[in-house]
Design a protein around this ligand. Structure first.
Ligand code: TXA
Ligand code: MG
Length: 307
């Protein structure tokens, strides 16, 4: 059910959960000040309660209320990339963030979203927690229709159109003297170099990952994804609009081969479309460069392919 910005504001301020657009993916929003509503978000998504949420702020300066001191480079990163698809994890003052929102950790994740409609709303409501608006394990939502597929036609959604970027924010944490990427996202690692003087390393999930979300199954459609570079036998193919696939019985296209931004923008819509069209198995064309945004796309595809 589509709602207006003022209805979204009223519902949030009275302890409701609504879906909001961001430039990355749609989020399920609750006011940070209502722990019971935050619990409802975990229940609605079927999200494990050891997986903390990102706190969305209206302005860079709003971080000041949550922390005593910020790590080196924080202000420069925030000035360069906020509002925008970057999330920073920092140590927070005790009692400032409800325990369920940060899953009991001494840190919390923050971002100032790039979508103006949502940022204006946060100015009125105060900070909002917002996980991606999908049932846990499913592909994220990049349109209001996706949110309704997962949570029902009656679920309140502020319609901000399709998400411009289509893949989640890049998450960084400051650990042992430098910033590290704990979730690859829409900002590629080398874009941080001009700001920090070094390229943050990517930390992959170990036994006890820095990013709890990395523990869980993600982004998966029901269709089985076969990640491949070989297309000699007939198959349904998820590939590129400017590549010829003579063996393709049906072709879903990310967009042209030289356009990783478009591939990211379309990824979750395509994964959801496979399910709507009851595709059981699809070969995914992995013949793209091993660099930049392609690495984020391939990380999402590898996770979506785990069954
Ligand atoms: O683009 C995005 O980031 C979207 C939009 C809606 O803002 N949000 C999003 O939220 O992707 P979610 O809940 O789907 O993913 C948040 C990730 C999880 O993997 C979680 O473990 C990690 O952020 N996270 C949150 N707080 C953390 C913390 N204190 N330390 C480490 N990781 C944290
Ligand atoms: Mg998510």
């Amino acid at each position: 059910m589509r709602i207006s910005p003022s209805e979204a504001q009223a519902q949030l301020e009275t302890g409701g959960v609504v879906a909001l657009p961001t430039e990355t993916v749609y989020g399920l929003a609750a006011c940070l000040k209502y722990p019971k509503t935050i619990d409802r978000i975990f229940t609605l998504k079927g999200r494990p309660n050891d997986n903390p949420l990102i706190i969305h702020l209206a302005k860079n300066q709003d971080i000041a209320a949550f922390t005593d001191e910020l790590p080196e480079g924080f202000d420069q990163l925030a000035a360069a990339f906020w509002p925008g698809p970057m999330t920073l994890v920092v140590k927070v003052k005790q009692g400032m963030v409800p325990q369920n929102a940060c899953a009991g950790l001494p840190t919390a994740a923050f971002r100032v979203p790039g979508h103006e409609m949502t940022r204006k709303l946060i100015e009125l409501t105060g900070p909002l927690v917002m996980p991606s608006a999908n049932v846990s394990g499913r592909p994220s939502s990049t349109t209001p229709e996706h949110v309704e597929q997962d949570f029902g036609a009656g679920f309140p959604v502020l319609d901000g159109g399709p998400c411009m970027r289509g893949i989640e924010s890049t998450i960084l944490i400051h650990e042992q003297g430098s910033w590290k990427i704990i979730r690859q996202g829409i900002i590629e690692p080398n874009r941080f170099k001009a700001i920090l003087g070094y390229e943050p390393s990517i930390v992959h999930a170990g036994e006890k990952p820095l990013c709890p979300g990395q523990l869980y199954r993600h982004y998966a459609p029901k269709a089985k994804l076969l990640l491949t570079t070989e297309f000699s036998s007939p198959a349904v193919i998820l590939g590129f609009s400017d590549v010829d696939y003579p063996t393709g019985s049906r072709i879903f296209a990310f967009g042209p081969k030289n356009h990783p931004e478009m591939a990211c923008e379309n990824l979750y819509r395509l994964l959801r479309q496979l399910d709507e069209e009851k595709v059981e198995e699809v070969k995914v064309d992995m013949r793209f460069p091993w660099e930049g945004l392609w690495l984020t796309l391939s990380e999402r595809l590898r996770k979506a392919a785990v069954h």
